[in-house]
Design a protein around this ligand. Sequence first.
Ligand SMILES: Nc1nc2c(ncn2[C@@H]2O[C@H](COP(=O)(O)OP(=O)(O)OP(=O)(O)O)[C@@H](O)[C@H]2O)c(=O)[nH]1
Length: 246
Amino acid sequence: MGDVPLGLVVQPTHSRLLQHLPRHPIVSLVTGLTLAYLLYLVLHGYTRLAHQHRRVHATNTELRREIRTRSQLQEEVEWLARHDELTQLPNRRLFMETLEANATQRPLSVLICDVDHFKRVNDHQGHLIGDRYLDQLGRTGRRIIEPHDGLFARYGGEEFVACLPQADAEQAREIAETLRQGLQDAELRHHDGRILTASIGVVTLVDGPLDVAVLMQAADDALYRAKAEGRNRVRAAPPLTAMENV
Ligand SMILES: Nc1nc2c(ncn2[C@@H]2O[C@H](COP(=O)(O)OP(=O)(O)OP(=O)(O)O)[C@@H](O)[C@H]2O)c(=O)[nH]1
């Protein structure tokens, strides 16, 4: 007191301390265990969720890959339905569809081109060389026909066809002659050194409705004449008008 500082010392007695210990240690234990269990549940749930998330992600990736593969296959199937695998050219089906799509175009010309004595190539040089020749003839034909807004297609075997919307009889004949010359200039040779050639039949629908069978028959007749008259030449059918085309 006065200048002497006043100090206060608290010293609980042993019995007092015992009074503040939990009265029910079992309650504390259960609470602790419950909390630990809840923590375990939370952690376990989180781990399971993370695992499921990874699985869903992997399944999604796999699904996306599968969809990509299927749509590529689908595109391939659709392409093959309208193209020739050997030459990559449009096939007969696409050619026919193109004709139908141009049903109202006048004039509308068609060429049929048949390789001369092609059997000899297969017989003397083998089918593989024959295939390679068809491929090269296809490329040449495409290069010549497409700039005229035409479609060059493989009709089957060693026969090719071209659809030339808007080409009149004179133009179609000129294009056919360019094609014949171009195929010859490709310089594909028979076993004896002779150059491989082709014969071409041409027809033009001038007016009247399109009858595909009539048009193709007329082109075929012209081709037959080209063959009969010595091959390696172009022959044109008389232009088809409404009168002839019925
Ligand atoms: N290598 C090969 N040959 C084919 C293919 N398609 C058809 N050919 C062959 O083409 C030949 C056609 O022969 P032909 O119809 O007798 O006609 P050509 O020998 O060309 O005689 P002409 O038409 O009368 O000038 C056959 O030998 C067929 O096997 C093909 O995809 N690849």
